[in-house]
Design a protein around this ligand. Structure first.
Ligand code: ZN
Length: 107
């Protein structure tokens, strides 16, 4: 079972308390963007076997959105952080690199 720590209220919640919001750190496209860029924003998603950054909502708790870094194969969680973060915190990236030396980073 997936257990994530909500960075807002500090509660360790299992997946029954959470709602998945898909991939994190998407670049939003607005007016003036090309059709290809907008199509990629709407439909193109990473689906790696390994390290992945995701959006989650503490739906049956504080209700806030947050981000999580986890391994999609082993379900190992590297950390969670607030949804307003543009990039993953350095300590989470260091934790991933320590455990997955061959990880190439975010695309
Ligand atoms: Zn919470």
């Amino acid at each position: 079972m997936l257990i994530l720590t909500c960075p807002y209220c500090g509660i360790h919640c299992d997946e029954t308390e959470l709602a998945n919001g898909g991939e994190a750190h998407l670049k939003r496209e607005g007016p003036g963007s090309s059709d290809d860029a907008f199509e990629a924003y709407l439909f193109d998603r990473d689906n790696p076997m390994g390290v992945h950054f995701e959006r989650w909502r503490h739906a049956n708790g504080c209700g806030k959105w947050f981000l999580a870094a986890r391994d999609t194969v082993t379900m190992e969680v590297f950390g969670t952080y607030k949804a307003q973060s543009i990039e993953p915190p350095a300590e989470i990236v260091e934790r991933i690199r320590a455990k997955r030396p061959d990880w190439e980073g975010r695309a």
